[in-house]
Design a protein. Sequence first.
Length: 191
Amino acid sequence: MVGVTGGSGPIYAVRLLEELKKRDVETHLILSPSAALTIKLETDYTVDYVESLASRKYNFRDVSAAISSGSFRTDGMVIIPCSMKTLAGVASGYSDNLVLRAADVTLKERRPLVLVVRETPYNLIHIRNMYIAARAGAIIMPASPAFYHRPTTMQQLVDQVVGRVLDMFGVEHNLYRKWSGPQAGDKDVGE
């Protein structure tokens, strides 16, 4: 399941869905109204395009959807980007929409729930909510790309974060060079 909320960075969700579609991974998409707006504001993609990448899409308000039940088998869920509002809902168990209900079910069924949180800086409430969600079993993954692979484009930065999400679900990819120690041409450590 892929939940997309109104945090900045819907490009991460688009790239994740593109990569999952390339690999014929079945995806169940829930877009919040704020996510739809943020897609329009931050990208050149349309909501229709993003929805076309998923195997199935759901209405944000449809808490009776199949994915709202633990009996609906999934490999887990990612919320990408995960707004601080959504994080607060996950941390408190306040499931008033399908993203939050699906996340709640994912936790109660002990399946992976990856929260790609988007905000900076964090205040104490954000940190507390991340702590509570992590204690409940969520994986907190800030959208913070690494730089050891020496990215030169925005695409490479996005792909590194998306690649880390794929790693959490055991999906093979070549989106970035994984760390294996210094490479030929790297500066000596300690210089």
